[in-house]
Write a protein that binds this ligand. Sequence first.
Ligand code: ADP
Ligand code: MG
Length: 362
Amino acid sequence: MKKLVAFFLIISILISASSCSASEPKRYQAEFLTLFDTVTRIVGYYESVPDTSYYKTKDGKESFSLLAQSVHDKLEEYHQLYDIYNDYDGINNIKTINDNAGIKPVKVDSRIIDLLEFSKEMYESSDGVFNIAMGAVLMLWHDARVAGVEDPGNASLPSMTDLEEAAKHCDIKNLIIDREASTVYLSDLKMSLDVGAVAKGYATEQVARELEVEGASSLLISVGGNVRAIGGKYSKSSSFDEPWNIGIQNPDKSSEKTDLFSVNILGMSVVTSGIYERYFTVNGKQYHHIIDTKTLMPSEYYASLTVICDDSGLADALTTALFNIPIEKAKEKAKSFDIEACWVLHDGTTVFTDGFEDLIKK
Ligand code: ADP
Ligand code: MG
């Protein structure tokens, strides 16, 4: 029943199509609003054909709808597994792990183990500036932000005393993963995991890989701006080898220029994090959602950061990690990961890795 409802929702409200001529593949787009607390958008090109191969019914719209439904269902599974706020019947998710901190190990799906092991590696390779075990600190910021957005007149910062107390319970060594037993245990009672910096991108990457194995060769998935391309898009001259154009948002929201520029990608991922995404205001100053592990305050180095690489999970984790590192060191780090990045400083200046500008649409 649930499946049917979701399918109906996509078909009836959210699919739109356009094309230049009747015989060419049409561009279809679907949107879902229920995953990862953000908007998911899927774009693909389909034509109506006489045969029925991969997801190709005779009707282009129907083919795209089936694919969109499949993307939705796959992402929804990850959404439920990686959720830190909600329980789901019959599922042990990250919230279950948090609820059992200091109590007992929790048996979980291997997709949770995969995410947590990857996140531990990212902690090591980012010298600790990316830390999913700092849920106790991030929760204080999250709660202050939610309250401050709801009631701006009474917005207030979490106290440094509370932040410092919470910071005593962020040691990633107390995240104990047993892959063989498929269990996760937080050995500190006051500790919790927050995978907000990586879950969306990691899930998007895994879903894209599943789709590729199933035979998808041209699709764009964007989960809250966390973009992952499969192959290229359709154009008359290139067939399905035309790069996708992804706009990079201008962090200065007062500017008329909504995008700074756009980049061209073929089968890669583009992820941006910015101080304009999730924030609240106290005494005229904005406080955003990427927290510096050293100061326990919102990171002050950049207005936004875009990472481009093959792997959307890595790109998502790095937008948070490289946000917390000063520019010269951040550029070195980017090189060590063999990724492209663009940092926008507070005065609007852009700093690029060596290969980034080649990807900008001329
Ligand atoms: P989004 O795309 O949803 O804005 P980001 O990828 O920019 O998310 O990551 C921001 C989120 O990551 C925060 O909301 C918080 O949950 C988490 N976070 C913030 N600072 C850190 C950090 N230093 N290490 C790990 N996670 C963090
Ligand atoms: Mg991120």
